[in-house]
Design a protein around this ligand. Structure first.
Ligand code: GAP
Length: 516
């Protein structure tokens, strides 16, 4: 492995460790059930994480529902009749290929283990395998060099042909070592593992009462399509939007909150005429890319994957994955999929209820086609934190250099919009004025009052959680240095660390203009 590559991998890990530790230290994200040893794949959002997540969901709802005439919202139940999951195909096919390692007892998703023949100097020396990572090629090369060194083998290493384990033949599998095992051949044959959490409705735990925690919010939208159509004065093209929890019993939850077992989705099912599907797919992709820019995720950190036909769901005529450059690799934030009329057709077939739309203009009935932008709340929150995280060297009040950790959130996403500080906590007039300013602002935004420690320290605490503005009430505010500065405050901006003197009467307008 080249030195620069390994050091950049290392830097990425260090960066991720810093982000995870900040999230815990400042109350963004905690391990779920932590005092009992945690529950793998589940996370709890602390006070700041809950605010950040709420800002994201509220802004999505505002831009995708309230600002548009053609999208309405709904809030479906997590538990649905089992027939919903039978009709949608989830009960039969919503599964991942699972393999066990007989030696280490580890479990993997077969499509996330990659293998390659170790060809050195033209001769075969077995296989190496690795789990998915940002630098799979380099890791595989490193493993092959180890074989070379151990066997005293000389010669060039042939170009690597990395393939997922799902593509291995039984013969190959017998020779592929599991990623952490010593001997090859310890991986079982992949078997399909259904990701839905099964549960029983009512007191009797028998087959008749089985259902599942929803693995996506989308199905309730399809099932309620007719009710919404008949009650909301909408007609195709129109969308139904929903935000809510989804549950998947992921084989390998990982990368902090990125792949969880309990998570939230923000989904729109946009119903249209068949001939408009492909055009609307492209339009929705643009709409969604713009949204990410508006929340502070720049276009150049996003990758658009035009999913090839063989990797798309069989019913999809086109799918784009919107991916973000996380420190642990480029990974999916959202899928924008043209699902044709598959879902409504399936529910019509299984329920026996008509789900067509009668177009009064053309006097024809048709099953609407669907374009679906489906985003993950938790993944977007994680992207917001990764994008915002920054460290810079600054000189402190005592002339010493120190590291300033700052979350450069777009102000509209920041959990706290404004810190309010009296210069000194033992001066009642300063405290009273600061409380007055806090009361005035808190009706309109999330503010945080802090009177502890030097003002510089208080600024740093707010920088670390991404508060875009801090307001300090000082002796000028009280009029002790003349009428000119009476009833003015210092407003300090997080990124440039610049300070401005603003009249209290103009403060609310000043802040609202910058945070909304
Ligand atoms: N209705 C379509 C659907 O559910 P998906 O690609 O399986 O499509 C959509 O999921 C989004 O939900 C993903 O892009 C991702 O942001 C989020 N998501 C899916 N599985 C997740 C998991 N295990 N943990 C966190 N987010 C997940």
């Amino acid at each position: 492995m080249s030195a620069s590559k390994s050091s950049s991998d290392n830097a990425r890990n260090v960066l991720m460790d810093k982000i995870v530790s900040l999230c815990k230290r400042r109350g963004f994200v905690f391990q779920s059930s932590e005092i009992y040893g945690g529950l793998n794949g589940c996370w709890d959002y602390g006070p700041l994480g809950a605010e950040l997540k709420k800002n994201l969901k509220d802004y999505w709802w505002r831009r995708m529902v309230r600002d548009r005439d053609d999208v309405v919202g709904m809030d479906g139940a997590i538990l649905q009749n089992r027939s919903v999951w039978q009709a949608s195909g989830h009960e039969k096919t919503f599964s991942d290929p699972l393999v066990d390692c007989k030696e280490t007892k580890a479990r993997f998703r077969a499509d996330q283990i990659f293998y390659t023949p170790a060809i050195i100097g033209g001769d075969s020396h077995g296989y190496v395998s690795i789990t998915e990572s940002p630098s799979m090629e380099e890791e595989a090369q490193q493993k092959i060099r180890k074989i070379q060194k151990k066997g005293g083998i000389k010669g060039e290493i042939a170009p690597l042909d990395l393939k997922p384990l799902t593509e291995a033949t039984a013969e190959e599998r017998a020779q592929i070592p599991s990623p952490n095992a010593t001997e090859p051949g310890t991986l079982t044959e992949p078997r399909q593992f259904n990701l839905m959490f099964k549960t029983y409705v009512g007191p009797v735990e028998d087959d008749k009462n089985v259902t599942y925690l929803r693995p996506e919010t989308a199905q309730a939208i399809f099932v309620q399509f007719k009710n919404v159509l008949e009650t909301s004065r909408v007609k195709p093209p129109f969308g139904i939007a929903q935000i809510g929890k989804a549950f998947r019993n992921e084989i390998n939850p990982r990368n902090f909150t990125f792949r969880s077992r309990e998570f939230e989705q923000m989904e729109i099912e946009y119903f249209c005429r068949p001939e408009d599907g492909m055009r609307l797919l492209d339009e929705w992709l643009e709409t969604r890319l713009k949204f990410y820019e508006e929340i502070g995720i720049p276009r150049d950190k996003l990758h658009i994957l035009d999913v090839p036909e063989k990797e798309r769901a069989h019913y999809s005529k086109g799918t784009y994955d919107i991916e973000y450059e996380f420190p642990f690799g480029v990974q999916e934030l959202e899928g924008v999929a043209y699902r044709t009329d598959y879902d409504l057709t399936k529910h019509q077939e299984h329920s026996g209820k008509p789900l067509e739309y009668f177009d009064p203009n053309t006097k024809e009935k048709f099953i609407p086609h669907v374009v679906e932008p489906s985003a993950g709340v938790d993944r977007t929150v994680l992207a917001l934190i990764c994008q915002a995280f920054d460290e810079e060297t600054v000189t402190n009040d005592k002339g010493k250099e120190e590291t300033r950790t700052v979350l450069r959130f777009a102000p509209r996403m920041a959990p706290i919009k404004c810190g309010v500080f009296p210069l000194l906590k033992n001066k009642p007039e300063l405290v009273a004025k600061a409380r007055e300013v806090q009361e005035m602002l808190r009706v309109h935004m999330n503010v945080f009052y802090d009177e502890g420690g030097a003002v510089g320290r208080r600024y740093r605490r707010q920088d670390e959680i991404g508060t875009p503005f801090c307001v300090t009430i000082d002796f000028d505010t009280l009029g002790e240095n003349g009428d000119e500065t009476k009833d003015t405050v210092t407003v300090r901006e997080r990124d440039a660390m610049t300070q401005e003197r603003i009249a209290i009467k103009d403060l609310l307008g000043y802040l609202l203009e910058r945070i909304s």
